[in-house]
Ligand binder design. Structure first.
Ligand SMILES: *Cc1c(COP(=O)(O)O)cnc(C)c1O
Length: 220
């Protein structure tokens, strides 16, 4: 199947309230243009440098999402254009995003990455850390960022029961975090689900899925 056929099929299956982030990491601009030409506008990359290079040569109505781990010293390169940063996992990073957003005269939307997997390799903060940040005065002073939701990655396993437990955990914590009131915090997005588990993620409450290989084919 072509990229356009894959996209069409996946989009036809997604409920209206679920946003599809087409994960184009490692894929060439020609592949992304194929998706673009069928009307898709939301793309996800996991490396800032690669995202910047693609941004520079591609149409400017694309929404670029940073889905990977973010190094603080590289935030400045994406601040002028990034539309959502999924992997914010500490307060210092939020502060840096705020600083760079201000320089670009923007407000940048962010998701807090919550650790739901049991592996040590996955990034993310605990729910208590997220609560502590969102309730702090230091956070409420960050006027150039907006926390719009949470992101999580399940354990890399074939055990569907475990994956489902991790997704349900994130959904329940999302509901808890949603009760926090702050000007720069308006939680509406749960980013969870990839090619292998997005249907399950949607059943568990996901509102944003990040799908790469099922659209663009396997990566090397
Ligand atoms: C690569 C990646 C995806 C997409 O993975 P697929 O299995 O190709 O759909 C989703 N989320 C993150 C954070 C990724 O790095």
């Amino acid at each position: 199947m072509t990229i356009q056929e894959n996209l069409k099929k996946i989009k036809s299956e997604l409920p209206k309230h679920v946003t599809l982030v087409a994960v184009s990491k490692t894929k060439p601009v020609t592949d992304i243009m194929e998706a673009y030409d069928s009307g898709h506008r939301v793309f996800g990359e996991n490396k800032i440098q690669e995202m910047v290079e693609k941004y520079e040569v591609m149409p400017k109505d694309i929404e670029w999402h940073m889905i990977g781990h973010v190094q603080r010293n590289k935030v400045k390169y994406m601040a002028p254009f990034v539309s959502l940063i999924h992997g914010v996992d500490n307060f210092k990073l939020l502060k840096e995003i705020n600083k760079q957003a201000k320089k670009s005269e923007r407000i940048i939307d962010c998701l807090l990455q919550i650790k739901i997997a049991e592996e040590d390799s996955k990034f993310g903060m605990s729910v208590s850390e997220a609560l502590k940040i969102l309730k702090s005065d230091a956070f409420s002073e960050l006027k150039n960022i907006r926390v719009t939701g949470v992101m999580g990655m399940a354990t890399f396993t074939d055990d569907k029961v475990q994956i489902e437990q991790e997704f349900r955990f994130l959904d329940s914590k999302f509901k808890q975090l949603k009760t926090i009131e702050a000007k720069n915090c308006n939680l509406k997005t749960i980013s969870m689900g990839m090619s292998n588990d997005y249907r399950l993620a949607i059943d568990c409450g996901s509102t944003m899925v990040r799908i790469g290989s099922s659209i663009f084919g396997r990566r090397n």
